[in-house]
Design a binder for this molecule. Structure first.
Ligand code: BES
Ligand code: MN
Ligand code: ZN
Length: 506
């Protein structure tokens, strides 16, 4: 898909643009946005509204062929809802209606001329991203494993987004961000959707190496022996239940001065989680191929950051293995020693994510992170608590961590990839007491997502840290089963904002 920004000197010149399709907004109650009004010299658009052929309700569409007064072959009218202060939900609906229409149109190129700056409480860049994301989403296919590919995305391949000249520069920057995010989301979705027998830890490592080559990142892939040498006894205890070799992947993007503290992203990379000896029930177990979506989000975000050449340092860490029952697998009651030296009693082998992450978070100390964020499909309890709308956000509750939490929440809101903050308190830590080791790996049924976060908290004392539980947001079940690519938009937006806040160096 080819996107560009078009900034005509005078809006009415859009009448003279030769294009396969010009998409214009209309409102309910027969009203027209200023831009549409200015272009509707022949009055056909107003007439279409009067005729009742299009209601103007958000997402309603009407296609007019060979419109009078336009060089465009078609006009696509799209409803933006009630009035000129456009609600963001209405705009999103309009964007996805345009994307749907474009996907099946005979036209190859199009111009979108919507009032991008008139969305209530949002900036032009947000509206632009909605358009780009909707088009990417509509053309997304998960047919990598199908012998007969799904029908290729047809329709419009080239889209120009029209803005006023004064907005051209910021629109171009916003477009670059929108595309980097959309491509990062696509990478994360592709990885998530691949089956566990293809997307193994080795495959994730190969993907990281490819990314490193194409985007000039540093990469290190540690194998079992090297992981043993680091004394990651907790991670290895999960890995040893499977014949598939574990990998510990480190990606380094250096966009800032070498000595500047990096943001570290740690992604849970369980390429399949059967639960181990504490075996999961069979129904829906296939969805545990998505247990590497944290890792996929790290790869997608690293790609976006590198594409945007953000002026800061980012490190991605991915501990990856399978969690299977076998003669060598962890057993309930086993005690293992983490890289940090803390001993862990494994009361449930299905609480394996934290066993990987604790060692990865200890490893992260060597980078002296400015902040570290782990991303994990960690608990079913988080799905119970927050459903599929918000990721769970956990941090400690001091000033530095409140500030980090606020940054992540704001990035989530801005990108439409939201999180909800949950508590970490000593009272919950009590639930992780073990009679035989320093800590147990489960805290019982109450507050399962919080005790999981409390477990991780014990391994992150040396830096500012946040934990994102994406169990409810990383993929969809049912007819729309598939990875969402979340939280790549939130994380990329977070890093974009951090880059913007930095004082410009001479
Ligand atoms: N990967 C799962 C979490 C999960 C479960 C995500 C269902 C999405 C849907 C994780 O490894 C796990 O199995 N967690 C257990 C923890 C429990 C044993 C304390 C869970 O949530 O059931
Ligand atoms: Mn599990
Ligand atoms: Zn898991």
């Amino acid at each position: 898909m080819d996107f560009s920004i078009k900034a005509p000197d005078k809006a009415p010149s859009l009448n003279a643009e030769k294009t396969g399709c010009l998409a214009l907004g209309v409102f309910e109650n027969q009203k027209l946005p200023q831009l549409t009004k200015a272009l509707d010299r022949a009055g056909d658009i107003a007439a279409a509204l009067r005729s009742g052929d299009i209601s103007g309700k958000a997402g309603s569409t009407l296609l007019l062929r060979q419109p009078k007064g336009f060089a465009a072959e078609r006009l696509l009218l799209v409803g933006l809802g009630k009035d000129d202060a456009i609600a963001d939900k209405d705009f999103s609906q309009a964007a996805s209606a345009i994307a749907s229409a474009f996907a099946t149109l005979g036209a190859k190129d199009a111009i979108v001329a919507l009032p991008l700056s008139d969305v209530k409480g949002r900036e032009l860049g947000w509206a632009l991203r909605q358009c780009v994301a909707a088009v990417h989403d509509k053309s997304y296919r998960s047919d990598a494993m199908k012998s007969k590919k799904d029908a290729a995305a047809e329709g419009v391949r080239k889209i120009a987004l029209a803005v006023t000249p004064d907005a051209a520069t910021s629109a171009r920057a916003a477009l670059a961000q929108a595309q980097a995010i959309a491509r990062g989301v696509t990478l994360a979705r592709d990885l998530g959707n691949l089956p566990g027998n293809v997307c193994t830890p080795t495959y994730l490592a190969a993907t990281a190496r490819k990314l490193a080559k194409s985007h000039r990142l540093g990469v290190e892939v540690l194998d079992r022996k090297q992981i043993e040498a680091l004394k990651m006894g907790s991670f290895l205890s999960v890995a040893k239940g499977s014949d598939e070799p574990p990998k510990f992947i480190v990606l380094k993007y250096q966009g800032g001065p070498a000595r500047e503290a990096p943001t570290v992203l740690v992604g849970k990379g369980l390429t399949f989680d059967a639960g181990g000896i504490s075996l999961k029930p069979g129904a829906g177990m296939d969805e545990m191929k998505f247990d590497m979506c944290g890792a996929a989000a790290v790869l997608g975000t690293m790609q976006a950051v590198a594409e945007l050449k953000l002026p800061q340092n980012v490190i991605g860490i991915i501990p990856s293995c399978e969690n299977l029952p076998s003669g060598r697998a962890n057993k309930p009651g086993d005690v293992v020693t983490s890289m940090a030296g803390q001993t862990i009693e494994i009361l449930n082998t299905d609480a394996e994510g934290r066993l990987l992450l604790c060692d990865a978070l200890t490893y992260a100390e060597r980078f002296k992170p400015a902040v570290a964020i782990d991303i994990a499909t960690l608990t079913g309890a988080c799905v119970t608590a927050l459903g599929h709308h918000n990721s769970g956000l956990f941090t400690r509750h001091d000033d530095a961590h409140d500030a980090l939490a606020d940054e992540l929440l704001a990035a989530g809101k801005a990108s439409g990839d939201t999180a909800w903050r949950m508590p970490i308190e000593d009272a919950y830590q009590e639930q992780l007491k073990s009679n035989f080791a320093d800590i147990a790996n489960i805290g019982g049924p109450p507050a399962g997502s919080i005790t999981a976060a409390c477990f991780l908290e014990r391994f992150t004392k040396k830096y500012t840290w946040a934990h994102l539980d994406i169990a409810g947001t990383a993929w969809k079940s049912g007819a729309a089963k598939g990875a969402t690519g979340r939280p790549v938009p939130m994380l990329t937006e977070f890093l974009i904002r951090r880059s913007a806040k930095k004082p410009k160096r001479k």
